[in-house]
Design a protein around this ligand. Structure first.
Ligand SMILES: Nc1nc2c(ncn2[C@@H]2O[C@H](COP(=O)(O)OP(=O)(O)OP(=O)(O)O)[C@@H](O)[C@H]2O)c(=O)[nH]1
Length: 296
């Protein structure tokens, strides 16, 4: 093609763009009706209203190397809404997010502060912030000490309530290897094994000085048949294969063993664990779920 195209504005018109109209409605913010803040009887209070799937870059700290890192987080931010308010001022959620996380690290402590800001800005009694992000950590192979980068998905979930205070929950999904005890027992040689996903959610004491990401990762990895590694040479591969064979686990075994570690951690008040094995001898998954509260 070799032709002179019309100017850009003309091209836009050609494809349907039109001039803006003068219009009758006010253009100044002060003259615009504020529907959200129109007091009336709107029948029901709402427990959670806000926005989700907000992507924002954040800095986090880690007990494992790299000890500080930037990652991309996905936020959901909500507040409660009393029955006499029509709506929340939604723009304030992303406004406050940008103001706050430009200068703050992401942690349970800063989320507590941020959740209280959201409730205050929205003039409501309760708020919730849920943030999911990939957390990265280096892993060294068991025999040859070859280093690489692994990751786990972390969710921090902090609720604020004017009357009851804060609740902090952390969820981590760790990928591990599980080797089937039954297969090991019945077979002349070998045993089927697979990648298992351990999802752990813990309600934690707000003031405990713990890197919860590391604590939950350790609970999953130390009880699995084997850990996953980014780099494995032949001596490493032999080591992980044999380690898995020495530590066979059903999904039931793994949720119970992880539960034992979380139970022993005094700063954890309640927990939920799911182990999901993507079975290598089936098309379906094997799952086990366990929940426990120390407060009952
Ligand atoms: N409450 C509510 N807001 C919505 C909804 N859908 C979109 N909006 C948002 O309404 C926002 C504009 O409203 P406000 O945040 O109240 O804006 P404002 O009143 O000029 O802001 P302030 O000066 O902080 O009061 C925009 O950010 C829209 O995204 C909805 O379903 N409910």
């Amino acid at each position: 093609m070799n032709r002179q195209l019309p100017p850009k504005a003309e091209r836009h018109r050609h494809f349907g763009s039109v001039e803006p109209i003068e219009g009758l409605k006010p253009k100044e913010k002060e003259k615009m009706p504020d529907l959200q803040n129109k007091p009336d009887d709107y029948y029901f209070p709402i427990q959670k209203v806000g926005i989700s799937k907000v992507k924002y870059p954040v800095m986090i700290e880690s007990a494992l190397v790299p000890t500080t890192q930037t990652t991309t987080a996905e936020f959901a931010m909500t507040t409660s809404l009393d029955a006499e308010f029509k709506g929340i001022n939604m723009s304030r959620l992303t406004e406050q997010l940008h103001l706050f996380f430009q200068t703050h690290l992401l942690s349970i402590e800063t989320l507590r502060e941020f959740s209280a800001i959201l409730a205050r800005e929205m003039k409501q009694k309760a708020s919730n912030v849920t943030v999911t992000f990939p957390w990265f950590f280096t892993k060294t192979s068991p025999s040859m000490n070859k280093e690489g980068m692994a990751h786990a998905d972390v969710t921090l979930d902090v609720s604020f309530n004017e009357e009851t205070g804060y609740t902090s929950k952390i969820t981590l999904v760790a990928a591990v290897t599980t080797l089937c005890p039954c297969s090991k027992e019945i077979s002349e040689y070998s045993a089927h094994n697979q990648r298992g996903f351990v999802t752990m959610s813990a309600i934690v004491d707000d003031h405990a000085d713990v890197d919860w990401k590391q604590a939950l990762l350790e609970a999953a990895e130390s009880n699995a048949s084997s850990i996953l590694y980014p780099v494995l040479k032949r001596p490493d591969e032999k080591a992980v294969t044999e380690h898995a064979y020495e530590n066979p686990r059903f999904v039931e075994d793994l949720v119970r063993l992880v539960a034992s570690d979380l139970y022993e951690n005094e700063a954890i008040r309640a927990f939920e664990i799911e182990c999901r094995n993507e079975e290598s001898i089936h098309q379906h998954d094997a799952i086990a779920q366990l929940s426990f509260s120390k407060e009952k």
